[in-house]
Design a protein around this ligand. Structure first.
Ligand SMILES: Nc1nc2c(ncn2[C@@H]2O[C@H](COP(=O)(O)OP(=O)(O)OP(=O)(O)O)[C@@H](O)[C@H]2O)c(=O)[nH]1
Length: 335
């Protein structure tokens, strides 16, 4: 198949765990330009939590939960995109844009490859840009510890250094120098809450394969990567959680276990609270918010995911059981 003009632009949002990808996605979805946009969200761990942090929208959102997009779900990605095309064709609508949010642990190269190597994909789609969101506070240690975080920078054509409110001007300058050293071609933005002017990100067609090939001649080769023993633990329960116990458990977790918790988030069904409570954090930075009312017919349940290295699953389950009132102490394992 050959040249089709007016290809559908594809934006890849990448960046390490908790950097601000979903914040950026929500900004894009609030924008008028995003009508007839298809969103594909890939998350680590078998849970649909990430999708629940995306604001409600009329746009189509598909989640790929059964693996990491860069390892074993490339087939799923192609199938989903083909389905979307067929459906749009049947409905007489035209797909205007595709946005893919990868997990914070994905190497973007195989996702990029999908659009360059599969004939059907190449015919219909064109890579618009690869945007890498960076957590200004945590990125130094993430880059030092995780090859994937470095790959995410290397493949970007837009680097969004986010959470600038959490670091000094001096630190921002150092970060910017480090990013430019790793990827001199990319355009760098400094933001709070991922607030890049969207005209700088969408319909810019700044992804250049030639440029990437000059830096990484092996970009189209078969890739394989490991998650450095990073694991996800998901906890679910329909019963109400005790808010006081939750506070106790969380302040312990964040302060004592924050180092090994790369990312955690969840939706809670809290006693005395008619609304959903959302919480999320990166290492020791934690925030929780009261969200919308539970909808009629919606199943109220707690759903928590913890992503990290060498996580103690039994301890996490014990803490959860404590919040649910099954046991009286969360420090005694298996109590
Ligand atoms: N202080 C501060 N917090 C921010 C900023 N941008 C995002 N956050 C918070 O950082 C947390 C992570 O943001 P997300 O947008 O969910 O990050 P993500 O990259 O989608 O995270 P995962 O995909 O779950 O790894 C949330 O609690 C955000 O509210 C910022 O500029 N400053």
């Amino acid at each position: 198949m050959s040249n089709r003009t007016n290809k559908i632009p594809v934006t890849i949002l990448t960046g390490f765990l908790g950097a601000g990808k979903t914040t950026l996605l929500n900004r894009i979805l609030r924008d008028v330009r995003s009508s007839n946009t298809a969103v594909i969200i890939n998350e680590f761990g078998e849970t649909g939590i990430d999708g629940k942090f995306v604001e409600e929208t009329k746009e189509e959102i598909v989640e790929i939960n059964n693996g990491c997009i860069c390892c074993n779900v490339r087939g799923d990605l192609i199938r989903i995109l083909k389905d979307m095309l067929v459906r749009a064709h049947k409905d007489g609508t035209e797909l205007q844009r595709v946005i893919i949010e990868t997990t914070g642990l994905a190497n973007p190269a195989p996702v990029i490859q999908t659009f360059l190597m599969d004939d059907v994909m190449r015919y219909w789609f064109e890579l618009d840009s690869v945007c890498t969101v960076v957590d200004a506070l945590h990125t130094d240690r993430q880059l030092n510890a995780h090859a994937v975080a470095r790959e995410q920078i290397a493949f970007a054509d837009k680097i969004i250094i986010n959470k600038q409110d959490l670091v000094s001007e001096e630190e921002l300058k150092l970060l910017s120098t480090r990013m430019q050293g790793m990827n001199p071609e990319a355009e760098v933005f400094f933001t709070q809450n991922s607030s890049v002017p969207l005209f700088k990100l969408l319909d810019v067609f700044s992804f250049s394969l030639d440029q990437k090939l000059s830096v990484r001649p092996d970009i189209l080769d078969h890739h394989h990567h490991h998650h450095d023993d990073i694991q996800a633990i998901v906890l679910k329960d329909k019963r109400q959680i005790d808010p006081k116990r939750l506070d106790m458990w969380f302040s312990y977790l964040v302060q004592v276990k924050g180092e090994s918790l790369f990312r955690y988030k969840g939706i809670l069904h809290v006693k005395g609270q008619s609304r959903r409570v959302l919480f999320q954090g990166v290492h020791m930075l934690f925030a929780s918010t009261t969200d919308r009312e539970w909808k009629q017919g919606e199943e109220k349940q707690n759903e928590l995911v913890f992503i990290g290295r060498e996580l103690d699953e039994e301890e996490l389950r014990t803490g959860f059981a404590y919040c649910l009132g099954d046991i009286d102490d969360f420090l005694t394992k298996g109590a």
